[in-house]
Design a protein around this ligand. Structure first.
Ligand code: K7E
Ligand code: CUA
Ligand code: CA
Length: 644
């Protein structure tokens, strides 16, 4: 709080003015360090004449209050950044509903501890986890007919290059796939239908972009020759979660978006220079938004026009510029876009891809139909697919849509959300001087990364809410030490002017999210015992079996009892405990913890989980229920006895 005066602290509510000053100094300092100062002002009167308004408390925002006992109307499925999990918030309340462990270990639920979750996460030969951490940036859902079908969510791991799937009926991770031969796996997007088969109007592929070029294979060769390194674009099968194919590209892939006709996947490229250091990555004025022709890529693979890398069996096709000079056979189209673009999003009507400039104050609008025309050989240059490039503000990143023709783009440097009209931007680009695309601006606190609208990534975009995921909260919440909490700001976009509804906190640091109508999500509240092949199905099946040094314990739980009162083993035994929860009542979960043995997991009603470990300490160790379940929860315990 050092930058804020005592008086400000003593006021019940800090004044906006003090915050602006605080924001201004730190932001300029941090950007100067990166050499990216571009005329920063926190609350500027822009050339388009639309002033950013101070976003104080909205009068009447209580109409969005979710009263005690009432439910939210939307789910927000959010990434969690380098925490490695996925999160669920209620919208409009901003309440945290669930944290889904994915690439991280979560002892509360036993993720990374039970044998079943370890099998999904991947283990080394000795049974230890291959990776204990990840970095989730993007969350997207499976589609039918251009809207969410409530079946799956996917998220990326930029750190260890894996794609994870969440089954939405349980909101649990059920598969993780390694993406071979890539680094910096960042953008993901599911397709929305099949490019060829008209009957397949649902998601069957997930596309993955990778940011960092690397040697191929990365086995110690070419370590000092970056000219030999390259990036790959990857397609994963949505059901089997196997890698289908990859495309070698020039430059890199950052974010990914897909067309509504299933035919195109797009990715913005900020490093067409293939630079290995910052100055090189910013050396050209235009980078690109690259479009992948899915039908042609899959035909090329069918025709055997592919190669493989090292021991990997995944077919790779050549999507480099030199190999794709003829549009009529090209697999890939590189549309030039200024400069170090970040973010690519498609409008809900499927007509336009918007790619933000980041180091250019513009957003580039690319018409889907014109990209198809380029692939048909009917366009002179790739750049001819661009139909608008409005100036919208400094540091534009991600764009959401309201389904009424308006776009909402985060301005990282301006700390604003700008609302602009796509048709007006196109008219202006065509030369109509009276067309003013920018309609409104609102200050956010502070420096937004992703922003996204309710149902905005579907053809059912409803123009109700916009959430700004801000990278710095600074003075916005009580300080909690050097690392501040992040702010998410919910904005009402239903009217002409954007109105701030409220701030809610997010544990650092989320990136992207989707806002999904609650009626599209159907979860199971009680599991089916038959879905667990290792279930201990009868209460009379409680038993201990021994084969040499291997001890298998089969157990049940039913409040307030475990099916056994003790487990007796010998020092050095390899113990596997399988526990089935026979309670059928919704929310009646039991926990299973062994004192001083680092074992901790839960079993929800009708579920089965197991753990394996070595009995490496002799003595008596209490096993107790870790999850409050019953008036006699404290008494729900048993003994683990290890004989010397
Ligand atoms: Cu812009 Cu990883 Cu989507 Cu963060 S990325 S903000
Ligand atoms: Cu069972 Cu607490
Ligand atoms: Ca660049």
């Amino acid at each position: 709080m050092s930058d804020l005066s005592k008086e400000q602290v003593n006021n019940d509510v800090l004044e906006d003015e003090g915050r602006r000053k605080f924001f201004g100094t730190t932001a300029v300092a941090s950007l100067a360090g990166a050499g990216l100062v571009m005329g920063l002002s926190a609350c500027k009167q822009s050339e388009d004449g639309v002033a950013g308004k101070a976003a104080g408390h909205l009068e009447g925002s209580s109409k969005f209050e979710v009263q005690p006992g009432k439910l939210d109307s939307y789910y927000s499925f959010s990434s969690a950044g380098h925490n490695g999990e996925m999160r669920i918030y209620g919208i409009p309340s901003g309440r945290t509903l669930k944290r889904i462990p994915v690439f991280n270990v979560d002892p509360m639920v036993g993720w990374g501890i039970t044998n079943e979750s370890k099998a999904i996460m991947g283990t080394n030969a000795d049974g230890s986890l291959k990776y204990m951490t990840g970095d989730t940036h993007h969350v997207h859902g499976s589609y039918t007919d251009g809207t969410y079908n409530g079946k799956y969510l996917w998220t990326n791991d930029k750190l260890n290059n894996r794609l994870a799937r969440i089954r939405m009926d349980r909101m649990e991770c059920d598969a993780i796939t390694d993406i071979p031969n890539v680094q910096g796996f960042h953008g993901i997007f599911p397709d929305k239908r099949d490019p060829v088969d008209a009957n397949v109007n649902f998601t069957t592929r997930v596309f993955c972009g990778s940011e960092f070029a690397s040697p191929k294979p990365n086995d110690g060769r070419d370590t000092s020759d970056p000219t030999k390194w390259f990036s790959l674009f990857t397609c994963v099968d949505a059901e089997s979660m196997e890698v289908r194919w990859q495309v070698r590209i020039n430059g890199n892939n950052d974010l990914v978006a897909t067309s509504y006709d299933g035919k195109l996947a797009a990715s913005n490229q900020y490093n067409t220079e293939n630079g290995a250091v910052l100055a090189d990555m910013m050396s050209v004025e235009r980078d690109a938004c690259v479009f992948f022709n899915i039908e042609r890529i899959e035909a090329a693979i069918k025709a055997g026009k592919s190669f493989t890398i090292g021991n990997t069996k995944v077919p790779v096709v050549d999507g480099t510029i030199d190999a794709n000079k003829d549009p009529k056979t090209a697999l890939v189209c590189y549309v030039p876009v200024p400069k170090n673009p970040h973010g690519v999003n498609i409008s809900p009507d499927g007509k336009y891809f918007v790619c933000s400039g980041k180091l250019s104050p513009t957003a580039t609008v690319i018409e889907t139909e014109l990209v198809h025309k380029w692939f048909a050989g009917e366009l002179k240059t790739e750049r001819d697919a661009v139909v608008a490039e409005p100036e919208i503000g400094l540091g534009p990143l991600h764009t959401g849509f309201d389904g009424k023709g308006n776009a909402f783009t985060t301005l990282f440097l301006d700390s604003q959300i700008v609302k602009w009209n796509v048709d007006k931007a196109i008219a202006q680009f065509k030369g109509d001087k009276s067309a003013q695309p920018v309609l409104d601006r609102i200050d956010v606190h502070y420096q937004p990364g992703h922003g996204y609208t309710s149902m905005g990534e579907t053809k059912e975009a409803d123009g109700k809410f916009y959430n700004s995921g801000n990278k710095f909260s600074k003075d916005r919440f009580l300080p909690v030490g050097p690392l501040h909490v992040e702010t998410e700001q919910l904005i009402d976009i239903s009217g002409e002017k954007m109105q701030l509804i409220h701030d809610h906190t997010a544990y650092p640091e989320p990136h992207d999210a989707i806002i999904v109508r609650a009626d599209l999500v159907k979860t199971k509240q009680v599991s089916d015992m038959n879905d667990y092949p290792n279930a201990v199905k009868s209460m009379s099946d409680n038993r201990i079996e021994r084969k040499g040094k291997k001890v298998m314990v089969y157990m049940t739980s039913q409040a307030p009892n475990f099916g056994l009162s003790e487990i007796k083993v010998k020092h050095g035994d390899d113990v596997t405990i399988t526990l089935t929860n026979h309670d059928k009542v919704e929310d009646l979960t039991h926990g299973f913890g062994i004192e001083n043995y680092n074992v901790n997991f839960i079993v929800n009603p009708q579920e089965t989980h197991s753990v394996s470990f070595k009995a490496n300490k002799a003595g008596v160790f209490w096993i107790y229920c870790t999850h409050f379940c019953h008036a006699l929860h404290l008494e729900m315990r048993m003994r683990f006895i290890v004989e010397a």
